[in-house]
Ligand binder design. Structure first.
Ligand SMILES: Cc1cc2nc3c(=O)[nH]c(=O)nc-3n(C[C@H](O)[C@H](O)[C@H](O)COP(=O)(O)OP(=O)(O)OC[C@H]3O[C@@H](n4cnc5c(N)ncnc54)[C@H](O)[C@@H]3O)c2cc1C
Length: 237
């Protein structure tokens, strides 16, 4: 019974033992990569993120058709937190992600409304009404957002609202297996019985848990899979 998990967190004892052994017995493996993992950034994006390390807020992170509304955390290397870990399972090198920094808020209506109500207010003060203060300050300082609200044409505020709702970023990579909660990919499920995890062509060999190409979202699904597949295999031995 191959139950030695995936490649995530070598410091905790992860090895490729299950995969190597499965391969030796002729089982196919799908491509593997770190998942549920923080994303890294470079250049201007990282320059904005680094000073905000430790700051969290709720966002909607999107990549392709997937979207996750959860917490996000700025880190010294980029972004983490549940929304980012989730989207990392979908993200691939070269793809952009987009962040809605104001989930559930009509940013255009908010900015135009505040311009009418408080034309002399600084934009960072206005943004700090709906974003963490340090983030509002950083967005204004880095030129992401203009400085004063009252003298901004409506079209500039609409553009800013659009940016806050769809902040487009291209990660440079992930923090790798050292920080990944799971391994995406593994022993190909087509070579295993879905009843009891037995290898189709080698009835004495079973593969369960993280070693198999089954990956869940955050929320206990990976533990559930490890326990359930182990139980099914155990009952069949
Ligand atoms: C930091 C972190 C947080 C996580 N949080 C969650 C969560 O909240 N919810 C969730 O569902 N999942 C979570 N996961 C994922 C979850 O832990 C795994 O999916 C699950 O533990 C996999 O179970 P497993 O028994 O297949 O493998 P593992 O739990 O990895 O167990 C495999 C064991 O085999 C040992 N081993 C490896 N190679 C060898 C070898 N050559 N010889 C002998 N022993 C070996 C390893 O040391 C390990 O003890 C998290 C993972 C990490 C790393």
């Amino acid at each position: 019974m191959l139950a030695s998990g995936g490649l995530s967190i070598p410091k905790l004892g992860a090895t490729g033992f299950a995969h190597d052994t499965a391969r030796r017995f002729g089982l196919k493996l799908t491509q593997m990569r770190p998942a549920l993992v923080p994303l890294t950034f470079g250049g201007d994006d990282l320059a904005l993120m680094q000073p905000l390390a430790g700051l969290g807020l709720e966002v909607i992170a999107r990549c392709g058709k997937r979207a996750f509304r959860e917490g996000m955390l700025f880190t010294h290397r980029g972004l983490s937190g549940p929304a980012i870990l989730q989207i990392s399972s979908v993200w691939r090198e070269g793809l952009a992600i987009t962040l809605d920094l104001l989930p559930g808020v009509d940013a255009t209506a908010f900015l135009l409304g505040r311009k009418a109500a408080r034309p002399n207010a600084e934009l960072r003060t206005i943004l700090a009404e709906i974003l963490p203060q340090r983030l509002a300050q950083a967005l204004v300082q880095t030129g992401f957002a203009p400085v004063a609200i009252g003298n901004q044409p409506d079209r500039a505020l609409r553009r800013l609202a659009e940016q806050l709702k769809t902040w487009r970023l291209t990660p440079t990579g992930t923090e790798g297996y050292a920080k990944a909660e799971v391994t995406l990919g593994g022993v190909d499920t087509t070579g295993l019985s879905s009843r009891d995890m037995r290898a189709n062509d080698l009835p004495g060999l079973f593969v369960i848990g993280e070693a198999v190409d089954v990956t869940g979202w955050l929320g206990g699904y990976n533990f559930q899979w490890a326990w359930s597949s182990g139980w099914c295999a155990g009952m069949a031995v």
